[in-house]
Write a protein that binds this ligand. Structure first.
Ligand code: GLC
Ligand code: CA
Length: 575
């Protein structure tokens, strides 16, 4: 009898086994866990992070001296803006030597020490790969322009003058908006989507592509962990250069981005480099449609891991923005990637004004609250968060009132263009005070010493005068500072896989002031409530708060009834 029972038991378990295994398997499959999905990426803008030698420019030794700070945030990955040899027309996004370190930033020894220091602390390094264009001072371009027959001619896009004036192309940074620049040496025009010192590389040329893969291997051999592909969607162009319709500039990416054989190039890059070295990859820009975006990041296509879309970050306007719109955009992107692919989540970077000034409220009474609220949003969405240095302190826009304070090529060239064409300069000054990229590039505010402890010299761009009240040293001492709150959020994300992979559901969609959603995984359910306004706001989520537990929030006494205090953020666990 016993034997029979035992047999039955074994038989039942044996029969169940494949099923049980399969279930476990399926679960792992649906999650499809990857380190880069679970990572928090912290972006360091090297020019403005920490100056070590007193020349007023941030440098690699400066970053090395602050690695313990970065580690203390709990982040896993640092994305570093370009540090390669560059004449700095566009702060390093104009590379003249891809295998060297910009003199302003230090030496290759400094780089090796930086990478070692990061890895010793368990931090990965993602480098910026700027290969839609090079600098006009790169050897390739010097060769290319020297004569029409030069072997490097085909590394760039040229239009011979005998063919007449080239079909108009829009330049994002040029003083005339004209992306073709005449060069008398070979009586031809070269193409530059960005500044005239950033000629576009010709990706149709396999030699150029191989050069790029070699450069990538050079850094991968050094042990870096990934690449962020700068402006890469522009790399493949329609090189028959058809005429575009009038006014195309307003929606120019549709004509400029994701053209030609872009996916072919990425698959080739993946085969030749990314896969071989197991590198993380993220593209700036996600194309024009969800289909584009999927094609970039669907794992079975073997292109990239992630791309970042601009639709969210582009919502902010000087006159404000609609919270409903923000919710729609993020919800739409989340659902497009719910079953497949992976997103990145961000609201600020070195090309944007400051997070709290654009999306929150930087007035003294609301600055800290709204900055914490926005950080809560970024750290509780599905997708890998990309978090910009200084936002953890709630650093604000620069407050520049004179054009002389600006350094950014895009901001300055547009000013010149308006001046040349009789545009409204004071209106422009107002606009850039809100949105110029320089707002996000003022020196990191370390402490209350001169120049916020960034440099002992004269900083390359003015320090924000509010550094005496907004700085890391002060915030270290305050358990409730934005800095310490950010650390808690990163830990919360690390401790709760549901915040990485969990299903996202928007609640109270029509609420014009609050953003509330749940995240769910394996029976665990978190509720995130965010008030985007400087006034108390009612919500309608149908949640029974008696059955909830507060995990974190930006008020000492968090709301327990669905009525949110000004800029309140709360994360609850629901039972
Ligand atoms: C990207 C970079 C930006 C740069 C541009 C040209 O958008 O993020 O900073 O100016 O590409 O390289
Ligand atoms: Ca320096």
């Amino acid at each position: 009898m016993m034997k029979k029972l035992l047999f039955l038991l074994i038989a039942t378990v044996a029969l169940q086994l494949p099923h049980l295994l399969c279930r476990a398997q399926n679960k792992a499959d649906t999650l499809n866990r990857k380190w880069w999905k679970e990572a928090v990426v912290y972006q360091v803008y090297p020019r403005s992070f920490k100056d070590n030698n007193g020349d007023g420019i941030g440098d690699l030794k400066g970053i090395i001296s602050r690695l313990d700070y970065i580690k203390s945030l709990g982040v896993d990955v640092v994305w570093l803006n370009p540090i390669y040899g560059s004449p700095n027309d566009d702060n390093g996004y104009d590379v003249s030597d891809y295998r060297n370190i910009m003199t302003d930033f230090g030496t290759m020894d400094d780089f090796d020490a930086l990478l070692k220091g990061m890895h010793a602390r368990g931090i990965k390094l993602v480098m910026d790969l700027v290969v839609n264009h090079s600098s006009d001072e790169h050897q390739w371009f010097k060769q290319s322009k020297s004569s029409r027959g030069n072997p490097y001619r085909e590394y760039y896009h040229w239009w011979n003058a005998e063919q007449g004036i080239p079909p108009y192309r829009y330049s994002l940074f040029d003083v005339n908006h004209d992306a073709w620049r005449y060069d008398s040496l070979s009586n031809a025009y070269y193409l530059h989507y960005f500044s005239r010192k950033q000629p576009d590389l010709n990706w149709e040329n396999p030699k150029l592509r191989n050069e790029v893969y070699d450069i990538m291997k050079f850094w991968a051999d050094k042990g870096i962990d990934g690449f962020r592909l700068d402006a890469f969607q522009f790399a493949a162009k329609d090189t028959t250069f058809p005429a575009f319709p009038r006014g195309f500039e307003k929606n120019f990416t549709q004509y400029y981005a994701m053209q030609g054989n872009l996916h072919g190039y990425l698959q080739e890059m993946n085969r030749q480099v990314l896969r071989k070295y197991n590198l993380m990859s993220v593209a700036e820009g996600a194309g024009n449609t969800f289909e584009d975006a999927h094609n970039l990041v669907d794992a079975d296509r073997n292109e990239l891991n992630m791309a970042y879309a601009f639709e969210g970050v582009d919502i902010a306007r000087p006159e404000g923005y609609s919270v409903i719109h923000l919710k729609q955009v993020f919800t739409k992107w989340d659902s497009a990637f719910a079953a497949k692919g992976w997103l990145s989540v961000f609201l600020a970077n070195h090309d944007q004004a400051r997070l709290v000034s654009r999306f929150g409220n930087d007035k003294p009474e609301f600055r800290e609250l709204s900055s914490k609220m926005l950080s809560t949003f970024l750290m509780t969405m599905r997708g890998t968060p990309y978090y910009y240095n200084g936002d953890e302190l709630g650093m604000t826009n620069a407050g520049f009132t004179s054009i002389d304070d600006y350094r950014d090529v895009q901001t300055l060239n547009e000013y010149r263009r308006l001046k040349n064409t009789g545009g409204d300069l004071s209106k422009y000054l107002q606009r850039i005070a809100f949105e110029s990229r320089d707002n996000g590039r003022t020196p990191f505010q370390w402490n209350s010493d001169n120049n916020a402890g960034f440099t002992t010299g004269t900083p390359w761009i003015k320090v924000n005068p509010n550094y005496k009240i907004i700085n890391a040293a002060l915030q270290e001492k305050d358990a409730n500072s934005p800095l310490n709150y950010f650390r808690r959020l990163v830990k919360l994300r690390k401790d709760n896989l549901v915040l990485v992979y969990g299903k996202y559901t928007l609640l109270d969609a029509q609420n014009p002031d609050a953003y509330t959603y749940t995240r769910e995984l394996d029976g665990k359910k978190l509720l995130i409530m965010l008030n985007f306004r400087g006034k108390p706001v009612d919500t309608n989520t149908g949640v029974d708060f008696a059955k909830s537990r507060v995990l974190t929030g930006n008020y000492r006494q968090p709301s327990k009834n669905g009525k949110l205090l000004p800029y309140e953020a709360v994360v609850y666990e629901l039972r």
